[in-house]
Design a protein around this ligand. Structure first.
Ligand code: ADP
Ligand code: ADP
Length: 225
Protein backbone atom coordinates (compact mmCIF):
# COMPACT_ATOMS: atom_id res chain seq x y z
CA UNK A 1 0.00 0.00 0.00
CA UNK A 2 1.12 3.60 -0.57
CA UNK A 3 1.78 5.42 2.70
CA UNK A 4 -0.21 8.43 1.47
CA UNK A 5 -2.78 8.46 -1.31
CA UNK A 6 -4.83 11.55 -2.18
CA UNK A 7 -7.35 11.26 -5.02
CA UNK A 8 -9.45 14.12 -6.38
CA UNK A 9 -8.88 16.22 -3.27
CA UNK A 10 -10.56 19.63 -3.51
CA UNK A 11 -10.88 22.42 -0.95
CA UNK A 12 -12.61 25.79 -1.05
CA UNK A 13 -12.53 28.23 1.86
CA UNK A 14 -15.63 30.33 2.56
CA UNK A 15 -17.70 28.08 0.27
CA UNK A 16 -20.83 29.80 -1.02
CA UNK A 17 -19.74 33.25 0.14
CA UNK A 18 -18.58 36.16 -2.05
CA UNK A 19 -15.03 35.73 -0.74
CA UNK A 20 -14.91 31.99 -1.57
CA UNK A 21 -11.49 30.82 -2.70
CA UNK A 22 -10.81 27.41 -4.25
CA UNK A 23 -7.42 26.49 -2.82
CA UNK A 24 -7.11 22.88 -4.07
CA UNK A 25 -8.49 21.50 -7.33
CA UNK A 26 -8.74 17.71 -7.73
CA UNK A 27 -5.32 16.88 -6.29
CA UNK A 28 -3.98 13.35 -6.95
CA UNK A 29 -0.86 12.49 -4.99
CA UNK A 30 0.71 9.18 -4.00
CA UNK A 31 3.73 8.66 -1.74
CA UNK A 32 5.16 5.12 -1.72
CA UNK A 33 6.89 3.49 1.27
CA UNK A 34 10.40 4.92 1.68
CA UNK A 35 9.84 7.64 -0.89
CA UNK A 36 10.85 11.27 -0.27
CA UNK A 37 8.80 13.72 -2.33
CA UNK A 38 9.50 17.45 -2.73
CA UNK A 39 6.62 19.91 -2.93
CA UNK A 40 7.68 23.19 -4.53
CA UNK A 41 5.11 25.97 -4.47
CA UNK A 42 4.96 29.75 -4.48
CA UNK A 43 3.36 31.39 -1.44
CA UNK A 44 -0.43 31.09 -1.54
CA UNK A 45 -0.44 28.04 -3.84
CA UNK A 46 -2.27 25.91 -1.26
CA UNK A 47 0.74 24.00 0.06
CA UNK A 48 -0.11 24.34 3.77
CA UNK A 49 -3.73 23.37 3.10
CA UNK A 50 -2.53 20.27 1.24
CA UNK A 51 -0.16 19.29 4.06
CA UNK A 52 -2.89 19.85 6.66
CA UNK A 53 -5.29 17.60 4.72
CA UNK A 54 -2.59 14.94 4.20
CA UNK A 55 -1.85 15.05 7.95
CA UNK A 56 -5.53 14.77 8.93
CA UNK A 57 -5.56 18.24 10.52
CA UNK A 58 -8.14 19.40 7.97
CA UNK A 59 -10.71 17.68 5.75
CA UNK A 60 -11.25 18.06 1.99
CA UNK A 61 -14.62 19.09 0.50
CA UNK A 62 -14.37 16.10 -1.86
CA UNK A 63 -11.94 13.37 -2.77
CA UNK A 64 -10.28 10.67 -0.73
CA UNK A 65 -7.38 10.64 1.72
CA UNK A 66 -5.80 7.26 2.47
CA UNK A 67 -3.05 6.61 4.99
CA UNK A 68 -1.39 3.20 4.55
CA UNK A 69 -4.40 2.05 2.55
CA UNK A 70 -7.05 3.10 5.07
CA UNK A 71 -9.60 5.70 3.98
CA UNK A 72 -9.64 8.62 6.40
CA UNK A 73 -12.48 10.74 5.00
CA UNK A 74 -15.62 10.13 7.01
CA UNK A 75 -13.76 8.59 9.95
CA UNK A 76 -14.50 9.99 13.39
CA UNK A 77 -12.29 12.76 14.77
CA UNK A 78 -11.14 10.30 17.40
CA UNK A 79 -9.99 7.77 14.80
CA UNK A 80 -8.29 10.47 12.69
CA UNK A 81 -6.46 11.79 15.75
CA UNK A 82 -5.29 8.27 16.64
CA UNK A 83 -3.95 7.69 13.12
CA UNK A 84 -2.31 11.13 13.08
CA UNK A 85 -0.56 10.46 16.37
CA UNK A 86 0.74 7.04 15.43
CA UNK A 87 1.44 7.35 11.69
CA UNK A 88 2.22 11.01 10.93
CA UNK A 89 5.03 13.31 12.09
CA UNK A 90 5.12 17.06 11.41
CA UNK A 91 7.98 19.55 11.12
CA UNK A 92 7.39 23.24 10.45
CA UNK A 93 9.51 26.25 9.54
CA UNK A 94 9.56 27.24 13.22
CA UNK A 95 10.41 24.61 15.78
CA UNK A 96 7.35 25.01 18.07
CA UNK A 97 9.21 23.26 20.91
CA UNK A 98 7.75 23.79 24.37
CA UNK A 99 9.99 26.43 26.00
CA UNK A 100 9.70 25.19 29.60
CA UNK A 101 10.88 21.66 28.75
CA UNK A 102 14.36 20.40 27.84
CA UNK A 103 15.25 19.02 24.42
CA UNK A 104 15.02 15.48 25.80
CA UNK A 105 11.62 16.13 27.41
CA UNK A 106 10.30 17.69 24.19
CA UNK A 107 11.08 14.43 22.37
CA UNK A 108 9.64 12.33 25.21
CA UNK A 109 6.29 14.16 25.46
CA UNK A 110 4.57 12.82 22.30
CA UNK A 111 5.56 9.31 23.35
CA UNK A 112 4.14 9.75 26.86
CA UNK A 113 0.94 11.10 25.27
CA UNK A 114 0.82 7.87 23.26
CA UNK A 115 1.05 5.74 26.39
CA UNK A 116 4.70 4.74 26.13
CA UNK A 117 6.40 4.10 29.49
CA UNK A 118 8.72 6.82 30.78
CA UNK A 119 11.97 4.80 30.68
CA UNK A 120 11.33 3.62 27.14
CA UNK A 121 10.37 7.14 25.99
CA UNK A 122 13.54 8.55 27.53
CA UNK A 123 15.77 5.91 25.91
CA UNK A 124 14.21 6.47 22.51
CA UNK A 125 14.46 10.28 22.85
CA UNK A 126 18.14 10.03 23.80
CA UNK A 127 18.83 7.71 20.86
CA UNK A 128 17.12 10.08 18.41
CA UNK A 129 19.00 13.12 19.77
CA UNK A 130 22.22 11.12 19.46
CA UNK A 131 21.50 10.32 15.83
CA UNK A 132 21.10 14.03 14.98
CA UNK A 133 24.12 15.08 17.03
CA UNK A 134 22.24 17.03 19.72
CA UNK A 135 22.73 14.53 22.55
CA UNK A 136 25.25 16.77 24.38
CA UNK A 137 22.52 19.43 24.56
CA UNK A 138 19.73 17.08 25.66
CA UNK A 139 19.24 18.80 29.03
CA UNK A 140 19.05 22.32 27.61
CA UNK A 141 15.83 24.20 27.00
CA UNK A 142 15.06 25.32 23.41
CA UNK A 143 16.10 28.94 24.09
CA UNK A 144 19.64 27.76 24.87
CA UNK A 145 19.96 25.92 21.54
CA UNK A 146 21.02 27.28 18.13
CA UNK A 147 18.47 27.49 15.32
CA UNK A 148 19.90 24.37 13.70
CA UNK A 149 19.81 22.45 16.97
CA UNK A 150 16.21 23.52 17.58
CA UNK A 151 15.16 22.15 14.18
CA UNK A 152 17.05 18.89 14.82
CA UNK A 153 15.17 18.48 18.09
CA UNK A 154 11.88 19.26 16.28
CA UNK A 155 12.78 16.52 13.77
CA UNK A 156 13.40 14.05 16.62
CA UNK A 157 10.05 14.97 18.16
CA UNK A 158 8.33 14.37 14.80
CA UNK A 159 9.87 10.89 14.62
CA UNK A 160 9.41 10.03 18.30
CA UNK A 161 6.37 7.80 17.75
CA UNK A 162 7.90 6.06 14.71
CA UNK A 163 5.46 7.48 12.14
CA UNK A 164 5.10 6.07 8.63
CA UNK A 165 4.93 9.53 7.06
CA UNK A 166 6.83 12.75 7.74
CA UNK A 167 5.16 15.98 6.58
CA UNK A 168 7.50 18.95 6.54
CA UNK A 169 6.59 22.55 5.69
CA UNK A 170 9.78 24.51 4.87
CA UNK A 171 11.72 22.64 7.59
CA UNK A 172 14.92 24.62 6.98
CA UNK A 173 13.28 27.84 5.76
CA UNK A 174 14.19 29.80 8.87
CA UNK A 175 17.91 28.88 8.86
CA UNK A 176 20.92 30.47 7.18
CA UNK A 177 22.04 28.61 4.01
CA UNK A 178 24.90 26.68 5.62
CA UNK A 179 22.88 25.56 8.65
CA UNK A 180 19.99 24.75 6.33
CA UNK A 181 22.21 22.38 4.32
CA UNK A 182 23.43 20.63 7.47
CA UNK A 183 19.96 20.21 8.94
CA UNK A 184 18.67 18.98 5.58
CA UNK A 185 21.48 16.38 5.42
CA UNK A 186 20.48 15.22 8.90
CA UNK A 187 16.82 15.05 7.93
CA UNK A 188 17.54 13.03 4.77
CA UNK A 189 19.87 10.68 6.66
CA UNK A 190 17.35 10.06 9.41
CA UNK A 191 14.44 9.54 6.99
CA UNK A 192 16.49 7.16 4.80
CA UNK A 193 17.81 5.35 7.87
CA UNK A 194 14.35 4.71 9.28
CA UNK A 195 12.78 3.93 5.88
CA UNK A 196 9.83 6.22 6.41
CA UNK A 197 8.17 8.29 3.67
CA UNK A 198 8.26 12.07 3.52
CA UNK A 199 6.49 14.92 1.77
CA UNK A 200 8.65 18.01 2.14
CA UNK A 201 7.61 21.49 1.04
CA UNK A 202 10.52 23.76 0.14
CA UNK A 203 11.32 26.86 -1.91
CA UNK A 204 14.89 25.63 -2.32
CA UNK A 205 15.34 23.90 -5.71
CA UNK A 206 18.76 22.53 -4.73
CA UNK A 207 17.20 20.70 -1.78
CA UNK A 208 14.21 19.59 -3.88
CA UNK A 209 16.57 18.09 -6.48
CA UNK A 210 18.04 15.80 -3.81
CA UNK A 211 14.69 14.13 -3.12
CA UNK A 212 13.29 11.16 -5.08
CA UNK A 213 10.66 13.16 -6.95
CA UNK A 214 9.66 16.81 -7.32
CA UNK A 215 6.07 18.02 -7.51
CA UNK A 216 5.27 21.61 -8.34
CA UNK A 217 2.13 23.24 -7.07
CA UNK A 218 0.54 26.36 -8.47
CA UNK A 219 -2.96 27.76 -7.90
CA UNK A 220 -4.09 24.51 -6.31
CA UNK A 221 -2.90 22.23 -9.13
CA UNK A 222 -0.02 19.72 -8.87
CA UNK A 223 2.34 18.88 -11.71
CA UNK A 224 5.33 16.51 -11.78
CA UNK A 225 8.67 18.05 -12.68
P1 ADP B 1 0.52 28.21 0.99
O1 ADP B 1 0.89 27.35 2.14
O2 ADP B 1 0.86 27.62 -0.34
O3 ADP B 1 1.04 29.61 1.12
P2 ADP B 1 -2.21 28.06 2.00
O4 ADP B 1 -2.68 26.68 1.84
O5 ADP B 1 -1.80 28.52 3.35
O6 ADP B 1 -1.08 28.33 0.92
O7 ADP B 1 -3.34 29.05 1.50
C1 ADP B 1 -3.79 29.09 0.17
C2 ADP B 1 -4.82 30.19 0.04
O8 ADP B 1 -5.94 29.91 0.85
C3 ADP B 1 -4.31 31.54 0.49
O9 ADP B 1 -4.88 32.51 -0.37
C4 ADP B 1 -4.85 31.67 1.90
O10 ADP B 1 -5.02 33.00 2.29
C5 ADP B 1 -6.17 30.95 1.81
N1 ADP B 1 -6.55 30.31 3.08
C6 ADP B 1 -5.81 29.40 3.78
N2 ADP B 1 -6.46 29.00 4.88
C7 ADP B 1 -7.64 29.67 4.88
C8 ADP B 1 -8.78 29.69 5.74
N3 ADP B 1 -8.84 28.93 6.85
N4 ADP B 1 -9.81 30.50 5.42
C9 ADP B 1 -9.78 31.26 4.31
N5 ADP B 1 -8.75 31.29 3.44
C10 ADP B 1 -7.69 30.50 3.72
P1 ADP C 1 1.35 27.01 8.73
O1 ADP C 1 1.88 28.33 9.18
O2 ADP C 1 1.21 25.99 9.80
O3 ADP C 1 2.04 26.47 7.53
P2 ADP C 1 -0.93 28.43 7.59
O4 ADP C 1 -0.16 29.67 7.56
O5 ADP C 1 -1.51 27.94 6.29
O6 ADP C 1 -0.17 27.21 8.27
O7 ADP C 1 -2.18 28.58 8.53
C1 ADP C 1 -2.18 28.43 9.92
C2 ADP C 1 -3.63 28.32 10.33
O8 ADP C 1 -4.34 29.50 9.98
C3 ADP C 1 -4.34 27.17 9.64
O9 ADP C 1 -5.21 26.56 10.55
C4 ADP C 1 -5.10 27.82 8.50
O10 ADP C 1 -6.28 27.13 8.19
C5 ADP C 1 -5.40 29.19 9.06
N1 ADP C 1 -5.40 30.21 7.99
C6 ADP C 1 -4.43 30.42 7.08
N2 ADP C 1 -4.75 31.41 6.23
C7 ADP C 1 -5.97 31.85 6.64
C8 ADP C 1 -6.86 32.88 6.18
N3 ADP C 1 -6.59 33.64 5.13
N4 ADP C 1 -8.02 33.04 6.85
C9 ADP C 1 -8.33 32.27 7.90
N5 ADP C 1 -7.53 31.30 8.39
C10 ADP C 1 -6.37 31.08 7.77
Amino acid sequence: NPVLELAGVAKTYNMGKPNAVQVLQAIDLTVQPGEIVALVAPSGAGKSTLLHIAGLLDTPDSGSVKICGADMVGQSDRKRTAVRRSDVGFVYQFHHLLPEFTALENVMLPQLANGIARAEAQARAADLLCRVGVEPRADHRPAALSGGEQQRVALCRALANEPRLLLADEPTGNLDPETSDHVFDTLMGLVRGTGLSALIATHNMDLAARMDRVLRMDKGVLTSV
